[in-house]
Design a protein around this ligand. Structure first.
Ligand SMILES: NC(=O)c1ccc[n+]([C@@H]2O[C@H](COP(=O)([O-])OP(=O)(O)OC[C@H]3O[C@@H](n4cnc5c(N)ncnc54)[C@H](OP(=O)(O)O)[C@@H]3O)[C@@H](O)[C@H]2O)c1
Length: 395
């Protein structure tokens, strides 16, 4: 997830290739990061009849105008005569919270629309393009001339709306895992101390990431050791977030009114996940508390651990479409072991914490042969101060 658009908007009239315009549209799309869920991030660029840049726009917030509307809103009919609209996702054919973008574009004097991805809904795929073709506007799926560039761009186009595509295709919550580790892969000392492993620049970016997911999930150990606020503290984003806590035995529930998480969040935004066998006990416990979070009862597996797949299914029913798992060690490890992580953000600091007794984030993951190693697909790298961050897809 880009923090802010990484490409600078060109000066009006700057000649642009379609490839460059699509790259800019992707970069524009990321600007909607903290606000559009469950809609996709979409960006749009408009080139004039001579191929010069005239405008860019993105989908800014859920329920708000789509990228195409924002990209054309300040352009005159003269600007739009013969224009080429480049958009990351096929213009929508249907009326939802906002009118159809394909129908809006069909009324403009534009010549061509190039879109990065076909609408993932097979029932409406291609219909946006068809609306445009019916009025004589060329409408094509983006293809770069260079095969390597085409593959790279396709990955970027899927990545920019990956949670939306996953939700649509799998009807499941998209799971991102963020961990901060030492160079030797440790995330906390044996004592539980872990603050701070990474520097302030990395931590600021993590607050931005929190805003880009529907919820932030941690295990009971992290609440016990750190008593964290788990809110969003970022100079450019003001947002109330949702927090999910895994506390299978409901051990910490009684302490909830005294925890920072209860004073920093409205209780309706805190979801406490406990074993469904404990339902009666927990309901009694809750009656004695001055403040209670939402409690999510989750199926258990042999051995008593919560079934994380069921946990995610429950969260999906509650409206979550994406979640950022922030640890700690055992929780991260359980998600990796259960093959439930879609994207990873691994921040590594140039420090050594020693593996003799420290906590690693893959403690319970067992891989017997190298052919079974887990690959991070399409990795990309960034630096934050002295730290290094690798992100990529696991599935
Ligand atoms: N470096 C980082 O990025 C980072 C991030 C967050 C936290 N931390 C550090 O990590 C440490 C905490 O890690 P931790 O491993 O001790 O604790 P944790 O992962 O926060 O919580 C572990 C506990 O969560 C519960 N849990 C996790 N998965 C479960 C499942 N599938 N079913 C049921 N319960 C489940 C278990 O509770 P039960 O014991 O009840 O079974 C387990 O003991 C702290 O020191 C914290 O500072 C580091």
């Amino acid at each position: 997830m880009e923090q802010i658009s990484s490409l600078t908007t060109p000066v009006r009239g700057t000649p642009m290739t379609v490839d460059a315009a699509m790259a800019l549209a992707i970069s524009e799309a990321y600007k909607g990061g903290p606000r559009v869920s469950p809609n996709p991030l979409v960006g749009c660029v408009v080139l004039d009849a001579q191929g010069g840049f005239i405008s860019a726009g993105h989908h800014e917030f859920y329920g708000g105008p789509h990228a195409e509307v924002n990209a054309v809103k300040n352009l005159s009919p003269e600007d739009l005569k013969g224009a080429h609209v480049i958009v990351t996702l096929e213009p929508c054919a249907h009326e939802g919270k906002t009118p159809s973008c394909a129908k809006m574009l069909a009324k403009l004097p534009i010549k061509r629309v190039t879109f990065g991805l076909i609408d993932p809904n097979p029932l409406v795929a291609g219909q946006g393009a068809e609306i445009l073709r019916q009025v004589g506007i060329e409408a094509d799926l983006y293809e770069a001339d260079d095969l390597k560039l085409d593959q790279e761009m396709r990955i970027k186009l899927e990545e920019v709306c990956e949670a939306f595509l996953w939700n649509f295709r799998q009807k499941k919550v998209f799971v991102a895992l963020k961990m901060a580790s030492s160079l030797d892969g440790q995330v906390a000392l044996r004592s539980g101390e872990s603050q701070w492993i990474t520097g302030s620049e990395s931590r600021e970016y993590v607050h931005y990431l929190r805003a880009c997911y529907d919820g932030l999930l941690v295990g009971k150990g992290t609440i016990e050791f750190d008593n964290p606020s788990l809110n969003i503290r970022h100079p450019q984003v003001e947002k109330k977030n949702k927090v999910v806590v895994i506390d299978g035995e409901a051990d910490l529930l009684e302490k909830y009114p005294d925890l920072k998480v209860s004073s920093m969040h409205d209780s309706q935004n805190v979801f406490w996940c406990v074993a469904e066998e404990l339902k009666e006990d927990v309901q009694k416990k809750m009656q004695r508390l001055s403040k209670v979070p939402q409690v999510v009862f989750v199926k258990t597996k042999v051995g008593g651990d919560l079934d994380l797949e069921d946990l995610l299914a429950q969260l999906y029913k509650l409206g979550f479409r994406s979640i950022l798992v922030e640890g700690g060690a055992l929780t991260a490890s359980s998600f990796v072991q259960s093959s439930l992580v879609n994207r990873i953000y691994m921040f590594q600091a140039p420090i050594i914490m020693g593996s003799g007794g420290s906590k690693s984030w893959t403690e319970t993951v067992r891989i017997e042969t190298m052919k079974d190693k887990i690959f991070i697909q399409h990795p990309s790298y960034k630096t934050f101060g002295n730290d290094f961050m690798i992100t990529g897809r696991i599935q």
